[in-house]
Design a protein around this ligand. Structure first.
Ligand code: F6R
Ligand code: MG
Ligand code: MG
Length: 381
């Protein structure tokens, strides 16, 4: 029997501001989805929260992109929004970009990560959930998990991993995807996914047998809405053990914090801090961005868990390094590279400021690159 694991997430109201979720909203969403389990539309469900976002975790046999499953998530978020509105929570319903559900939740605001597989004799999975960042935050850890033997020893040692993994990379601006086979094409992969504003990893497959190993949400709210409506705060599912990276190999990239885009007003670079469920409440300068790791064993579709995997004190050092990185970046204030580069500010108020000043720009005698000079230089090369 093929099982589908669907994780659908949205920010439907923050408590307080954009820092956390409210228990009454979370309970409403949970109860609604729980009833769908009782009705037999789903096998099992669970709810995770990270910062001001709620993720609905569902198992079922309907496959990915299924209308019934997407509708359940949509209606659960609508119900939660009603509670958020009653409590006048901040940005109530902010990620539900339309009033009407139209068959598939993708493109309507919420983030979606789903995979279908034959449940193994034992099926450990990890669901990562981040707040105050964007889907490209997964690019670096996915590379380390599935293509860097210095991080994942199994790539060298486990015979099922030794043939490597294939990454499906999505161009966020054209919607086109490309499959890149590692280790053979690892430099091609890095050439693309190092451009975090343009390319994101959508899926990872095991070369040994084509099995799905990981999948991530890649929805970018600003590209859907055409304006800034909050960061995308992505989710990701990774399968573990017996021919997939061990739990420790999956978590290892997070022991060395790196810099991701997001944080305050979705307009800053900052360290991604791995935290326990309890500490997933970004408040300092609305951040720094953070990530939780929820481990589950799946038994006949039932979700056994979650285990709070970043609760391990072995991640304390990563948290303190992330704090230091945060201090360094904060020193830059509104200046780059703390603030995102101009191209990434496209969906904020920056274009409006430029528009306002447009007619006040005048010609000067300052030296500037001339077309013929550039051509001369090119000829010399
Ligand atoms: C970032 C985020 C927050 C808000 C900030 C301003 O993803 O959600 O940093 O951008 O708190 O929020 P508004 O504009 O709603 O006052
Ligand atoms: Mg929010
Ligand atoms: Mg959020």
């Amino acid at each position: 029997m093929k099982l589908t694991l669907s994780v659908i997430k949205a920010d439907i109201g923050g408590y307080v501001g954009h820092s956390d979720t409210h228990p009454e909203v979370v309970q409403e969403v949970k109860d609604f989805v729980g009833k769908e389990v009782e009705k037999g539309n789903l096998i099992y469900s669970d709810i995770l929260t990270c910062g001001d976002d709620i993720a609905i975790v569902m198992t079922h046999t309907h496959g990915v992109d299924n209308e019934t499953v997407h509708r359940i998530a949509w209606e659960a978020f609508e119900r939660g929004t009603q509670v958020a509105k009653k409590l006048k929570l901040y940005g109530a319903g902010q990620d539900l970009l339309t009033d009407a559900f139209s068959g598939n939740i993708k493109g309507l605001g919420p983030g979606v990560a789903e995979m279908e597989f034959e449940e193994r004799p034992s099926e450990p999975v990890v669901i990562f959930f981040a707040d105050k960042t964007s889907p490209s935050a997964w690019n670096l850890p996915l590379y380390e998990m599935f293509a860097d033997p210095m991080s994942t020893a199994g790539l060298v040692i486990d015979p099922k991993m030794h043939d490597g993994f294939t990454f499906e990379v999505l161009d966020l601006y054209t919607g086109k995807a490309v499959k890149i086979n590692t280790p053979a094409e690892v430099y091609d992969l890095l050439a693309l996914i190092g451009s975090v504003g343009k390319y994101v990893v959508k899926n990872v497959y095991r070369n040994y047998d084509g099995e799905i190993a990981a999948t991530a949400s890649t929805q970018r709210l600003s590209l859907i809405a055409g304006q800034y409506v909050g960061k995308d705060d992505p989710v990701m599912i990774v399968r573990s053990q017996s021919g997939f990276p061990a739990i420790g190999e999956i978590l290892e990239p997070f022991a060395k914090p790196w810099i991701v885009e997001g944080w305050m007003r979705g307009s800053h670079n900052g360290p991604l801090m791995p935290v326990s469920f309890e500490d997933a409440r970004p408040s300092r300068f609305d951040g720094p961005p953070r990530v939780i790791a929820a481990g589950y064993q799946i038994a006949e579709g039932k979700l056994i868990g979650p285990s709070d995997l970043f609760k391990d004190p072995a991640f304390d050092k990563a948290r303190s390094v992330a704090q230091e990185m945060a201090d360094m970046l904060r020193r830059q204030g509104i200046f780059e590279p703390h603030r995102l580069p101009t191209e990434e500010m496209e969906y904020t108020s920056l274009p409006k400021i430029l528009k306002k000043l447009e007619n006040r720009f005048y010609d000067t005698e300052e030296e500037r690159p001339e077309k013929d000079k550039i051509t001369e230089k090119e000829d010399m090369d």
